[in-house]
Design a protein around this ligand. Structure first.
Ligand SMILES: *[C@@H]1O[C@H](CO)[C@@H](O)[C@H](O)[C@H]1NC(C)=O
Ligand SMILES: *[C@@H]1O[C@H](CO)[C@@H](O)[C@H](O)[C@H]1NC(C)=O
Ligand SMILES: *[C@@H]1O[C@H](CO)[C@@H](O)[C@H](O)[C@H]1NC(C)=O
Length: 529
C-alpha cells in the first residue's frame, strides 16, 4: 500500500505541536511529525533539512541547513507514507554525481532514519551526513571540547586550532574507530542528538575497521554533527559505491546514549535502492585463534564492493550478515595484521572458516612497546588521538630509553625528520650476545615518506626506502593508522660490543622544519636474539 498525504492546511498542523504521526506539505516544504517528540522539515527543492524541533525546541542552526555534504542542490524530492512509515526521497540532479538520500520516520520515535545511495564518488571526494545544529542548545561535542574552535585560531591548515591556553582543537580529534563508533552524540541541557550506525551501516564505507573520521565540530553558532561515510582523511582503500547505511539521527534526553542495536529491517519494505535484506545475505563463522590474551582479536572481510568486521570472543566468531561475494579476510591482534585468507559468501548460508595467527614467537634481547598496530603505550600515545603534537599538554618529544629501567612511555610514539627530537635506546650485551641480530621496527603511519633511520654504535642501517605515500595529513590531525609498515635490519656482530650499546633512531625524509616534516608513528621495536 502506498499513498500520498498532502495537506493545504499543513502550516496550521505542522508548525510545531505534536499533532499525530504524519506527513504534511506546503509548496516549499515537507513537514514530518514523528509523534515521538520530533517534528522536522525538508526543503522540497533541494532536500535540505531546515527545521528540527524536539519537544518544542528548535535545534536546527540558523545559518546553513542540515544535509549530505554541504547540500545536494537542485533535487527531485518526494514524500509518501509507505507501510506505515514516512519516506522522503531526495534525488539530486544537475551537475552533481547522482545521489539519492532517504529520510524515513517510524511512529513514536524521535529519529530520522537515513540511507544514502551513490553511483559515483561525490565531489570533493568525501561523503558525509552533516547536521548543523544550534551550539546554544547543544554545546558539548563528541569527546567534549576537543573539536571546539570557539575562541581559538587556526594555525595548521584551516581546520586545526590553537587556543590562548596553549591547547589545540580539531574536528578530527572527535573521531573514533569505525569498529567502535556505533553511536556518537552532541548534547546540551535539554537533549542529546546522536548518530547511530547499527549493524552493517559501514559496509560501503572505505578503509576498514580502524578508520577514524570527523564526528563533530563546535563553532560559535553551529554544533556540527557528522557521520562520515568516506573521505580522503588517511584513506587506505578506494571508495565504495552503492547504499550507505541505513543509519539514523536520533533525539534523546541529555546523558542518554541510544542503543546501538537499532532495528532498520523495515527498510526492506520501503523500496530503497540497492538495499539487501537479511534473506539476501550470508555469513561466516569459525575459530580465530593464536592472538594472545589481553589483545582484541579482530576479523575483517573486504572486497571492492563491501567490508565487514567483528571481534572474536573466546577464539570464536560469527560475521555480520554479508552481501554474497568473495572476500579477503584479515586477522588482527588489536590492529596488527597476523594472518589473511579468502572466503566466498553465499546468500542464506553460513560458511565455515578457521583462521590462526601466523605471528612468529621470536625470542628477543629487548622489546619496547607491543606489536599490536597501536602506539598508545609509548610517550604521548595516550594523548595523540585528541590533540596536536604541539599541544601544551604533550610531554616533550624525543626520548632516551634504557633497557631494564625505562618504561614504554619513555620512548616517543612518533619521530619527525626536522624537529621532535631523536630517540636513543641504551642496552647491555654479554660476550655471548655479541653476534648478528635482527632489529625490527613496526610503524603504524607515515607522512611525506618518513621511515626509520637506525644507527647502533658506529654501524648505520641502510635506508629502507620511502613507504607508499598516503596523501593526507596524519599525526597532526590525531590519526595514527596507515599501512602498518614493519622494517627490519640484519645487524652484523661487528656492530655490537660487550657492555653498553646505543641505538639511535631517527627519520629519513624531508619537509619543512614544522610538525609537517616527514614523520612516522612507532608501533614497537625489538632486538631479536
Ligand atoms: C529551499 O531551497 C531553495 C533553493 O535553495 C531556497 O531558495 C529556499 O529559500 C529554501 N527554503 C527554505 C525554507 O529554506
Ligand atoms: C597475507 O597474504 C600474503 C599473500 O598470500 C602473504 O604473503 C602474507 O604473508 C600474508 N600475511 C600474513 C600476516 O599472513
Ligand atoms: C626481515 O625479516 C624477514 C623475515 O624475518 C627476513 O626474511 C628478511 O631477510 C629480513 N630483512 C632484512 C633486511 O634483514
Amino acid at each position: 500500500m502506498r499513498f500520498f498525504v498532502t495537506s493545504a492546511i499543513a502550516l496550521a498542523l505542522g508548525q510545531g505541536a505534536n499533532a499525530a504521526f504524519g506527513l504534511t506539505s506546503t509548496s516549499s516544504r515537507y513537514i514530518v511529525d514523528t509523534d515521538g517528540g520530533l517534528v522536522f522539515e525538508v526543503n522540497r527543492s533541494n532536500g535540505d533539512i531546515t527545521s528540527l524541533k524536539y519537544n518544542g525546541v528548535e535545534y536546527q542552526g540558523t545559518g546553513k541547513a542540515s544535509a549530505i555534504n554541504s547540500g545536494l542542490g537542485t533535487s527531485t524530492v518526494t514524500g509518501e507514507t509507505v507501510n506505515g512509515y514516512i519516506k522522503i526521497t531526495v534525488k539530486a540532479s544537475g551537475s552533481k554525481v547522482p545521489v539519492t538520500q532517504y529520510y524515513v520516520a517510524k511512529p513514536k520515535e524521535a529519529t530520522i532514519y537515513m540511507a544514502t545511495y551513490i553511483t559515483g564518488e561525490v565531489d570533493p571526494g568525501e561523503l558525509r551526513w552533516l547536521a548543523r545544529l544550534k551550539t546554544s542548545e547543544l554545546p558539548t561535542g563528541v569527546h567534549g571540547d576537543v573539536g571546539s574552535t570557539r575562541g581559538c585560531e587556526a594555525f595548521e591548515g584551516k581546520d586545526t586550532f590553537k587556543c590562548s591556553n596553549g591547547q589545540t582543537r580539531c574536528k578530527m580529534y572527535t573521531s573514533d574507530r569505525f569498529i567502535d563508533d556505533k553511536v556518537h552524540c552532541v548534547s546540551g541541557s535539554k537533549a542529546a542528538v546522536c548518530m547511530v550506525m547499527p549493524g552493517t551501516a559501514y559496509e560501503t564505507s572505505a578503509s576498514g575497521p580502524f578508520m577514524r573520521d570527523i564526528n563533530s565540530q563546535t563553532g560559535d553558532s553551529d554544533q556540527e554533527l557528522y557521520w562520515y561515510m568516506n573521505s580522503g582523511h588517511v584513506r587506505t582503500e578506494p571508495w565504495r559505491l552503492g547504499l550507505m547505511g541505513p543509519y539514523a539521527m536520533t533525539f534523546t534526553s541529555p546523558n542518554t546514549k541510544p542503543s546501538e542495536n537499532l532495528d532498520t529491517s523495515f527498510f526492506g519494505s520501503l523500496s530503497i535502492q540497492n538495499y539487501v535484506a537479511a534473506n539476501g545475505r550470508g555469513s561466516v563463522s569459525g575459530t580465530a585463534s593464536g592472538v594472545p590474551s589481553g589483545y582484541e582479536t579482530v576479523v575483517h572481510w573486504y572486497n571492492k564492493n563491501n567490508q565487514y568486521w567483528t571481534k572474536a570472543t573466546n577464539g570464536a566468531y560469527t560475521s555480520p550478515p554479508m552481501r554474497p561475494g568473495t572476500y579477503n579476510i584479515k586477522l588482527y591482534k588489536d590492529e596488527f595484521l597476523v594472518a589473511n585468507d579468502t572466503i566466498t559468501v553465499t546468500a542464506g548460508q553460513t560458511a565455515q572458516k578457521d583462521i590462526a595467527s601466523k605471528e612468529p614467537n621470536t625470542p628477543v634481547i629487548w622489546r619496547i612497546g607491543d606489536f599490536d598496530g597501536q602506539p598508545f603505550e609509548l610517550k604521548n600515545g595516550d594523548k595523540i588521538e585528541r590533540m596536536h603534537p604541539s599541544d601544551v599538554r604533550m610531554a616533550s618529544w624525543g626520548g632516551s630509553y634504557t633497557v631494564g629501567t625505562s618504561k614504554a612511555s619513555d620512548f616517543p610514539m612518533a619521530l619527525w625528520s626536522k624537529q621532535g627530537g631523536t630517540a636513543t635506546v641504551t642496552f647491555t650485551l654479554t660476550q655471548d650476545q655479541v653476534k648478528g641480530h635482527v632489529l625490527r621496527i613496526g610503524t603504524t603511519l607515515s607522512f611525506k615518506g618518513g621511515r626509520p633511520s637506525v644507527k647502533i654504535n658506529s654501524w648505520t642501517g641502510s635506508d629502507p626506502g620511502a613507504p607508499v605515500l598516503i596523501d593526507s595529513r596524519g599525526i597532526t590531525r590525531g590519526a595514527y593508522r596507515g599501512w602498518g609498515d614493519v622494517y627490519n635490519w640484519s645487524v652484523p656482530s661487528s656492530a655490537f660490543k660487550v657492555g653498553s650499546n646505543t641505538l639511535t633512531v631517527g627519520v629519513y625524509g624531508s619537509g619543512d622544519a614544522t610538525w609537517l616534516s616527514a614523520n612516522y608513528i612507532v608501533d614497537a621495536l625489538e632486538l631479536q636474539d
